[in-house]
Design a protein around this ligand. Structure first.
Ligand code: PRP
Ligand code: URA
Length: 209
């Protein structure tokens, strides 16, 4: 079973509280999603490989640890996942970015695919799929399947808010995938929205309704 990591860092909890508030503006929502994406990315990249390198400081020669150069891909689930990409890219600016386009059918709540484009060497990359919301888990599970169909192997999923139902569905469908969650919520409502949640993440990021 993959790792399920729920953040308890005070900065993340504070920023998630601001995200949830219905009075938070579109601009602030966007800034917060980016900042939380970066804070989560800091932890989610903890296991990146290092290699030894010899350098000269102004004082002497020394051996230091530098990133081994493991290639990374960030894959947002359109459209709300885009809100977490810039925060991740500020940590790993050379990462490539793939996109999976999925929307939830309003009646069935099942994901419908409309776009998928991955870096050509996705099979060799460490992949972070990002989406603010893990509700039923259908979108995340389908996104992981699409990335695997394109050759992706080493996959981590990162979200801001997760319902227990979504965590269960994703970890059962893809037990090899690690899941990083900024906040774990109570449950879904009858429309498969997360409670207490933050509403519709895409609408709040882009000011649509
Ligand atoms: C939202 C969210 C996830 C999905 C989660 O996207 O960003 O992708 O719903 O729900 P699930 O876990 O039940 O599948 P939405 O379909 O609203 O599309 P959008 O990002 O384009 O607004
Ligand atoms: N998608 C959202 O944007 N919010 C939810 O609570 C559930 C799905």
């Amino acid at each position: 079973m993959g790792k399920i990591y729920v953040f308890d860092h005070p900065l993340i909890q504070h920023k998630v509280a601001l995200l949830r508030d219905e009075n938070t503006t579109t601009k602030d929502f966007r800034d917060l999603a980016k900042e939380i994406g970066m804070l989560m990315g800091y932890e989610a990249t903890r296991e990146l490989e290092l290699k030894k390198q010899t350098i000269k400081t102004p004082m002497c020669e020394t051996e230091v640890n530098v990133l081994a150069g493991e290639d990374i891909a960030i894959v947002p689930i359109l459209r709300a996942g885009l809100g977490m990409v810039d925060g991740m890219l500020s940590l790993v600016p050379n990462a490539k970015v793939g996109h999976v386009g999925l929307y939830r059918d309003p009646e069935t709540h099942k994901p419908v695919e409309y776009y998928c484009k991955m870096p050509q060497d996705i099979d060799k990359r460490k992949i972070f799929i990002v989406d603010p919301m893990l509700a039923t888990g259908g979108s995340a599970a389908d996104a992981v399947s699409l990335v695997k169909e394109k050759g992706g192997k080493d996959i981590t999923f990162m979200c801001l808010i997760a319902a227990p139902e979504g965590i269960k569905a994703l970890s059962e469908a893809h037990p090899d995938v690690d899941i990083y969650i900024a906040a774990k919520d109570e449950r879904l409502n009858e429309n498969a929205y997360i409670l207490p949640g933050l509403g519709d993440a895409g609408d709040r990021l882009y000011g649509t309704k």
